[in-house]
Design a protein around this ligand. Structure first.
Ligand SMILES: *Cc1c(COP(=O)(O)O)cnc(C)c1O
Length: 373
């Protein structure tokens, strides 16, 4: 089989999605599946839809267009603030988009009108992550303007947490967000369809005892794909953390002096030190590197440890075992490593369980979760 390759089990993605959809459904919150980490891979998008997401979101129009070309017709929302240079592609490919800039809204509106469409607008509000978002004090003014621009319709308000500054949303922050939504609705005299409270970092809040307030949507990528809470890195109960496996191949195995870094720096002393009996270790090289993934985000199998990596080589210490050439090594990835792998053209994408599961052949772990429905 080709290496390097990323294998993904669509049943595990379906199970993770279904579990989150059911648990959040009990709190009145729907799930939008976020496909940016998998570059809008259509089979993964469909697995999310099988699991019950209400729609999909991606940060890049290219990924949205990939899903459309594959025949996915559900609502897709652009979650990154639109580029002016892409407004036509956005109104064409996306039912809605998240917005923070009036200029972009005007461009989206005229593009939508030209194409005989109405484009849905969700206004992103700044809640402390200090990435994208309209300052809360400016929201009402922009909301009133959006209502009066033909071609676009004010569909909702969204918040985003823990992307840039890594802080999970507090109960207090979420109460403030709901209060702001109510205020805008009163001021504008309308009821908003979508109140999107955030991303996977919101799950501890959403599963907690606090009221979910006005929030009726979360945009989930990492929790569905990797089964973990992005802030703590911990597994979320009932979810698979091994839907994705990265496989790479050993191309060299030798015994070499430990820590080769200083060898290159000081060739003369290096030679002396080797003679003086530097510790020898078993190391292997895998055909994988920075060009394929975020090496820092890989979890190695027991007994193997990372020595270092370059663009095309991953050097590991193998302690007592000697890995023969051609041996395949499997890794788990974090979100950033997964994102790089999925966008690397040289990493083969291998799909497991393309067909949806039968209910009598579920993986062990999830049966009780599904029985909750
Ligand atoms: C990436 C992103 C998400 C999804 O975040 P996860 O941590 O993968 O759940 C949601 N909203 C916005 C605006 C994003 O950029």
């Amino acid at each position: 089989m080709t290496t390097p390759r990323i294998e993904f089990d669509l049943n595990k993605i379906r199970c993770n999605t279904r579990h989150l959809v059911q648990r959040l459904g009990q709190r009145g919150i729907g799930v939008t599946g976020v496909t940016k980490a998998v570059c809008g891979h259509p089979d993964i998008a469909r697995a999310m839809l099988d699991g019950g997401v209400t729609g999909l979101s991606d940060a890049r129009i290219e990924n949205v267009e990939r899903m459309r070309r594959a025949g996915i017709t559900c609502p897709i929302t652009l979650i990154r603030t639109p580029m002016l240079s892409q407004t036509d592609r956005i109104t064409h490919g996306c039912s809605d988009s998240y917005n923070t800039e009036l200029d972009a809204l005007h461009m989206l509106a005229s593009s939508a009108l030209r194409n005989n469409r109405i484009h849905g607008v969700i206004l992103m509000v700044e809640t402390g992550d200090l990435r994208e978002g309209i300052m809360p004090g400016a929201l009402e003014d922009i909301a009133r303007k959006v209502i009066n621009i033909p071609g676009i319709t004010l569909k909702g308000i969204g918040a985003n947490f823990a992307c840039l500054n890594g802080a999970a949303p507090s109960a207090q922050k979420m109460r403030e967000f709901s209060a702001l939504v109510c205020e805008i609705e009163r001021a504008c005299g309308l009821k908003l369809e979508t109140v999107s409270g955030g991303n996977s970092a919101n799950l501890p809040w959403a599963f907690g005892r606090e009221s979910s307030g006005r929030v009726n949507d979360l945009r989930l990528g990492e929790a569905i794909l990797l089964g973990v809470d992005p802030v703590s890195g911990r597994r979320i109960d009932g979810l698979f953390t091994d839907a994705f496996t990265l496989v790479a191949e050993v191309i060299e195995s030798k015994v070499k002096p430990e820590n080769g870094k200083w060898l290159a720096a000081e060739p003369v002393t290096a030679r002396i030190r080797i003679v003086s009996g530097r510790k020898q270790i078993r190391q292997s090289i895998l055909a994988l590197g920075h060009q394929d993934t975020d090496v820092e985000g890989l979890t190695l199998p027991e007994g193997l440890s990372l020595i270092g990596a370059t663009s095309d080589h991953l050097v590991i210490e193998t302690a007592d075992v000697c890995l023969t050439i051609g041996t395949e090594i499997s890794f788990q990835t974090n979100y950033s490593a997964l994102m790089r792998v999925m966008s690397a053209p040289n990493v083969e994408k291998v799909i497991r369980n393309l067909e949806p599961y039968k209910f009598d052949r579920l993986p062990e772990q999830s049966q009780s979760d599904l029985a909750m429905a």
